[in-house]
Ligand binder design. Structure first.
Ligand code: M6R
Length: 613
């Protein structure tokens, strides 16, 4: 979950690290730190100032001497040990020469800590990561060079890591390694970089390479070489990176969340581009599973977390309705540990914006281990999930920076519904004309989303009118249910207010007891087939004093009888409504959060990519 960066050979080592850390803050910002190395000297600075950690670090670094040959930097999202300066990375060995940064969890850190302490090592933090510095120190003391010391150390380490190590005795070298947690290497003539995420080094490096699990890389100014845990040389695969720095900037908006909400029409267009051939065939260029394999599918299991899980829930309705396949949707962190059944014909789809969410990666690994074919629906090209799956469908949403996912959701729903149409096509469960009509409706969704964006002021006005509310229930039926879940998640993430999503029919089975004056009920009421039922639910909560907000279709005059506030959206084919209906809910959450003075891009306690279990 932490962000890491390193550089060797740059004339601007410190500035490269600080700028990179500023771009990595979305991975965690409990604390930040750097270690800079020149012959015989390791200089370290750290700061733990919550969301201002990198800014505070920059101030600390004003006192840094010059002439450094290499350096590493870290932004932390705390797992072991409080978010205080002594737990901030980099961590040093006893000599003060070796400095390490680490993203992940060392599962056997307690045993290693006790063994190392018994040998006389002195620990200064309560992190799991510090054992790495002392382990490496042990091997350095035996005369091994840094690369070999790291390799030997990793042989006894259990857990997940992306790590980087510098040593004042080898100032022109950084050694980095990866198991599970993401790590890329970048090169440019005269300097070599590493980072947990490409944007951190995007404007510095010219070529980018993916480090795979259990690979160790030695970075030097002239380039890098990589080995596996046995010490055998390995070649890193070059990545195709088509982002420019502008994509990572706010594009003139106040924050990334607004920028990303506004990008949704373009994102939908990009996700749907070139997906249907002239003969009507739905196609995924990057798909590596054959048509015959897809025809042989007898059951679909979707695994995902958070917003991606809500998109997966929408897909269940579409695949079952159109392709007549039985679909299960599982929370990724539950799937892995419940002894799941994988039969011949089970297709597992892992859905993830980042492609690095550890729960989703581990769930798909478990599915593969049990014999399933795995498709990744991922946003980040060449991410771990994408690389490990049998096939990948990219959602083409572009870099999503705001912790609260918005544009990735609509892209995921579009990609998954396209896949549902492809399955229906192969299984001949829909007529070609029906598929053509649905594809045309899907293509029109981007325009409808654009229309909702022109109504931003209306949605914000509803949020302002409800500015004092503290309890929210979001209701929906059919695909309106995952939309309601997503609306509730957005609200709680960025406002820190209590919000829950429920299927409308479930209300009377318990939650109704919580409805009283002051509670706000937000209902997704755009599906004509479910309209009367939702109206009944709203009448029930209104009778008990709740304030009612409804997402309703243009021209729906009946909604006014039960709703105090209406968030109007254009009419859309019911299965595609989540992509349209979610927009007023995103804007509603955003406006509530701004009204409360929240940092919408970096909500407390959360990180953009969750790479620890
Ligand atoms: O990168 P992923 O899509 O796998 O991330 C999954 C969740 O961590 C993510 O959707 C999270 O719930 C977001 N903060 C929601 O806005």
């Amino acid at each position: 979950m932490c962000g890491i960066i390193g550089v060797v050979g740059s004339p601007t080592t410190l500035e490269t690290l600080l700028e990179g850390l500023e771009r990595l803050e979305y991975r965690g910002y409990d604390s930040a730190g750097v270690a800079l190395v020149k012959a015989g000297q390791t200089w370290r600075a750290r700061a733990a100032s919550g969301t201002e950690s990198v800014a505070a670090l920059r101030q600390e670094c004003a006192a840094a001497p010059g002439g450094f040959q290499s350096g590493i930097g870290h932004t932390r999202w705390a797992t072991h040990g409080a978010p205080i300066t002594t737990n901030a990375h980099p961590h040093l060995d006893c000599s003060g020469n070796v400095a390490i940064i680490h993203n992940g969890i060392i599962e056997n850190h307690r045993d290693l800590h006790d063994e190392l302490e018994a040998k006389g090592h002195h620990f200064t933090s309560s992190t799991d990561s510090e054992v790495l510095a002392h382990l490496i120190e042990e091997w350095r003391a035996q005369g091994l060079e840094l690369l070999e010391s790291v390799r030997q150390s990793l042989l006894v380490v259990r857990g997940a890591f992306a790590l980087a190590v510098v040593d004042a005795q080898e100032p022109d070298v950084i050694v980095a390694a990866r198991r599970i947690s993401p790590l890329v290497v970048g090169t440019t003539p005269g300097a070599t970089y590493l980072a947990s995420d490409v944007p951190a080094i995007l404007d510095r490096a010219q070529a980018f390479y993916a480090v795979n699990d259990d690979e160790i890389v030695r970075l030097a100014p002239e380039g890098f070489r990589a080995i596996d845990l046995e010490g055998a040389p390995v070649r890193l695969r070059q990545l195709a990176i088509d982002w420019d720095l502008e994509t990572a900037e706010k594009g003139g908006y106040d924050d990334f969340m607004t920028k990303e909400i506004n990008e949704q029409p373009d994102v939908l267009r990009a996700t749907l581009l070139d997906r249907r051939r002239n003969d009507g065939t739905i196609t995924f260029d990057e798909m590596g599973v054959s048509d015959d394999e897809l025809r042989a599918v007898t059951r679909v299991v979707l695994v995902a977390a958070g917003t991606s899980h809500h998109a997966a829930q929408v897909a269940k309705y579409a695949i079952e309705r159109w392709a007549r396949l039985s679909v299960e949707v599982d929370i990724a962190s539950e799937y892995r540990y419940r002894d799941p059944i994988v039969e011949v014909g089970t297709l597992v789809i892992g859905v993830s914006q980042s492609g690095e969410t550890i729960d989703t990666i581990q769930a798909t690994r478990e599915a593969k281990r049990r014999g399933a074919r795995v498709i990744a629906v991922a946003n980040v090209v060449d991410s771990s999930l994408a690389r490990e799956a049998d096939a990948v469908i990219y959602t083409r949403a572009g870099l999503e920076v705001s912790v609260a996912s918005t544009k990735a959701f609509v892209a995921q729903v579009a990609a998954l519904e396209l896949l549902a149409l492809r399955l229906a096509q192969l299984r001949q469960t829909l007529e070609p004309a029906e598929i053509a009509a649905l594809f045309t409706s899907l293509n029109a969704v981007g325009e409808k989303v654009a229309t909702t964006l022109t109504r931003r002021d209306q949605y914000e006005a509803v949020a302002h009118a409800l500015g004092g509310a503290r309890d929210f229930f979001f209701l929906g039926r059919h695909v309106g249910f995952p939309t309601a879940l997503e609306g509730a998640l957005k609200l709680k993430e960025v406002t820190y207010l209590h919000a829950e999503g429920y299927p409308g029919g479930e209300l009377k089975h318990g939650p109704l007891a919580l409805i009283e004056p002051g509670v706000v009920v937000v209902a997704v009421a755009t599906d004509p087939a479910m309209h009367d039922k939702i109206l009944s639910n709203l009448a029930e909560v209104k009778a008990r004093g709740a304030s009612v907000v409804a997402v309703a279709t243009d021209g729906d005059e009946t909604i006014g009888a039960v709703a105090d506030f209406v968030l109007r959206v254009p009419a859309t084919e019911p299965m595609f409504t989540p992509m349209v209906d979610v927009v007023p809910l995103q804007i509603f959450a955003y406006a509530m959060a701004r009204g409360l003075g929240r940092n919408v891009d970096r909500p407390r306690n959360l990180a953009k990519t969750v790479t620890v279990e």
